[in-house]
Design a binder for this molecule. Sequence first.
Ligand code: TYD
Length: 229
Amino acid sequence: MTVPSPGKRGRFITFEGGEGAGKSTQIRLLADHLSGKGVSAVVTREPGGSPGAEIVRHLVLSGVGQVLGADSEALLFAAARDDHVHNVITPALEQGLWVLCDRFTDSTRVYQGKLGSTDINLIRAMERVTIGDLKPDLTIILDVPTEVGLARAAKRRGKEAPDRFEAEDFGFHQRLRDAYRQVAVDEPERCILIDATTEVDVTAKHVWNVVQQRFVELREAHLLETNGA
Ligand code: TYD
């Protein structure tokens, strides 16, 4: 049985959080869970996710955007998002596929807005152009203490140099965590904060419970399965 029905828009779920929160692992596990329910999901990321946006990703993570200045750097993230939304996210949702995206507009609001110097009005204007009415149906914010996240990120990259944002100091990452926690408080109907210090499987179970609770079609799929449909 396949849940997406022709003509029905797919669901859009974004994952957010600081460095080393485990977003990519949890997205993969959620895609597996959904697949077990017959739901096909596109797993993607920002910055990047489309050929054009991946080129911009390379630029921003190398630190080039930082040299141009905070607003230009924010514009680069917006350019990448514009390409990604129009070429990957919207077409997939229109086909009835679900989209699981590693970072989205909250990253710009937090990194460039709350922690950087980009004015919220510029951020809103960029959102109008890049995403229009496209809003995540659910945003999962993975929360870990700063020292835990930074240690995980350092382990993951091994001998490679930290990228543009990993290289920021401890205070930056601490403020980042606080800013994300505040996003969850400000928008409780869209966002859910999940403790990601627990074992991978435990966190994945928590994520799955939240997703099942949020989307009625998954519960209906479960009922149909248990009734042998
Ligand atoms: P990435 O390696 O994908 O980081 P992570 O694994 O932590 O998600 O690098 C993306 C970096 O870009 C990350 O440090 C956050 C930053 N970023 C912004 O500053 N603004 C944005 O709008 C987006 C999408 C990402």
